[in-house]
Design a protein around this ligand. Structure first.
Ligand code: N0T
Length: 528
């Protein structure tokens, strides 16, 4: 349909998020894509350390690099822009055949202003910090600072303009404006100007979106008012960047959250990064920031119950699940399967480079082989079928599982069939038959997980590692259900290639996925 396409100019489709029937896909080059990502360390955004990033991405089989670009880096003097690092990044991403997710470290970086240029840091009159209740400065910029927003937005628009003009093939597939917005210790700005806003009415767009009656912030939100207020205004600030950036080049944009320590509780507004897009305030972000496509969790909590709850909170008909950061320690890798089963469009451990920095205890103590392999085995396996899985997950019911901390089996029902994932099993028989053999070593390891896609009423695609998947008729369902056939195969592009039939020891005691993931197609049926 592009009639006057100048020769040599690639007319590839823009990346975008597509949503249908409550499922989502990140479309890249016109088809569903799964980010098998790695995020570089915070200070790796310069040409020299970038050389230490690619070998780690190669090692784990990542297809995408998440890389910061800092405001201080591109606008060291006001109005003078230098995008040479962005060009280096584009050139090297091309050479290494990787996609890029660009992280804009602007006014907010883990809430603080450390990535702003010196001329911003040093001018508190023009770029005011938040005030604490006692009137003293808090080291987070106020989202009400009009000059801050204007300057931050101008730099972000300059970045997006550079991207528009220098990345015609869309190697950069997503953009994250700011990083972990909000404010720790001080739930909102208590300056007189902010106080005036706080005493005024909640914007109708917000009360309408939440189905609440009109009123001022305290009246509408009670003791959650300070955080709700800062959430709205922080989201509006980010919306201004995202909208202006998209007007230049409409790439998908997402925001990341420093999460609540207990996703089941009402967060303490003083302890949480108040204002950020945590799971309990996604609706405020959606109402305030329509140009932001996705709210996303940064997972640095090892407790399986909490991780699964965070994943649930961000999996919504109006929000694609994306894990832009997760600790790079080995025990986090199994959540890859859980995320994929929830239809995730991307997954990315943090700190994936060879600069020698480790954010332990958040992530790994060191990137030794066992740590890297925990991610690499999964990425290489799914990577080989990436386009096939991304399309299947966009168009079919899926389920994923990761070994819970207590090692207990996890069960679901899909149509007529109950699927049980159990962990720490031998590949033969039931563990309890072989008490004298002790327990398999993996029984005490934080490994194991898998994914299931329901391809038809009685047909499933299954994969995983260190897990036993058992398919059985659901209780109270149609009688005489059984496993008819289990095929192992692989994908060439989107096409299924049959390799062998599993039977006998391989199927008598469930489908035992070992340290080597495989794709299985399971046909179930009912005999008459
Ligand atoms: C993350 C990363 C980087 C007591 C931490 C996590 C990244 C940022 N922040 O390495 O700084 O840029 O998005 C904050 C998690 C706080 C947990 C505190 C537990």
């Amino acid at each position: 349909a592009l009639l006057f396409c100048p020769p040599g100019i690639a007319q590839t489709a823009l990346p975008r998020i597509e949503s249908r029937d409550g499922r989502h896909a990140l479309m890249v080059d016109g088809a569903p894509f799964l980010i098998l990502g790695g995020q570089a360390n915070n200070s790796s955004n310069y040409a020299r350390p970038l050389k230490q990033v690619w070998p780690v991405l190669d090692r784990i089989g990542a297809n995408t690099l998440e890389m910061p670009v800092a405001w201080e880096q591109v606008e060291p003097r006001e109005g003078q822009f230098d995008f040479s690092f962005v060009q280096t990044l584009l050139d090297e991403a091309q050479a290494h055949d990787r996609r890029i997710v660009l992280l804009w470290f602007g006014a907010y970086k883990n809430t603080g202003l450390s990535y702003t240029p010196g001329w911003v840091k040093l001018d508190n009159r023009r770029f005011p910090r938040m005030k604490k209740p006692d009137g003293s400065d808090h080291d987070v910029l106020s989202p009400h600072g009009a000059a801050t927003l204007a300057a931050d937005r101008r730099a972000f628009v300059a970045l997006m303009t550079y991207v528009r003009d220098h990345d015609p093939t869309h190697r950069i597939i997503m953009v994250q404006p700011e990083n972990e917005t909000g404010s720790y210790s001080n739930p909102r700005d208590y300056s007189p100007e902010a106080q005036r806003l706080f005493d005024g009415p909640v914007p109708a767009a917000l009360t309408r979106a939440l189905g609440k009656a009109a009123g001022n912030w305290r009246a509408v939100f009670g003791d959650r008012a300070d955080r709700a207020f800062n959430t709205w205004h922080t989201a509006r600030y980010v919306e201004a960047l995202a909208a202006a950036g998209k007007a230049v080049k409409p790439l998908p944009m997402y925001v990341n959250a420093a999460l609540a320590s207990d996703p089941f509780a009402v967060p303490d507004p003083v302890k949480i990064s108040s204002g950020g897009p945590q799971g309990d305030v996604i609706a405020i972000w959606k109402a305030a920031a329509p140009s932001v496509d996705v709210e996303a969790p940064d997972i640095y909590d090892r407790a399986s119950r909490n991780v699964m709850k965070h994943l649930d909170l961000y999996t919504r008909p109006d929000n694609a699940l994306l894990i832009p950061e997760i600790g790079n320690a080995r025990e986090y890798a199994r959540y890859f399967w859980a995320a994929l089963g929830k239809g995730a469009i991307g997954f990315s451990p943090f700190g994936m480079d060879d600069t020698g920095y480790f954010n332990h205890p958040l992530g790994a103590k060191t990137l030794d082989d066992a740590t890297l392999d925990a991610f690499a085995v999964k990425y290489r396996f799914v990577g080989q079928a990436m386009r096939a899985w991304a399309k299947i997950a966009f168009t079919h019911p899926t389920w994923g599982v990761a070994k819970p901390d207590d090692g207990a089996p996890v069960v679901t029902t899909m149509g007529e069939w109950t699927i049980t994932a159990s962990f720490g099993e031998w590949q033969f028989g039931r563990r309890e038959w072989f008490a004298e053999a002790g327990r398999p070593a993996i029984d005490s390891e934080p490994v194991g997980g898998g994914i299931v896609a329901q391809l038809g009423d009685d047909e499933f695609l299954v994969a995983g590692d260190h897990v036993r998947m058992t398919f059985a008729p659901r209780a109270g369902g149609k009688p005489n259900g059984l496993v008819v056939r289990v095929e192992e195969g692989h994908f060439e592009g989107e096409r299924w290639i049959f390799d062998r039939v599993w039977n006998g020891d391989q199927t008598d005691y469930g489908l035992n996925f070992t340290d080597r993931p495989v794709w299985l197609r399971v046909a179930m049926g009912h005999y008459r």
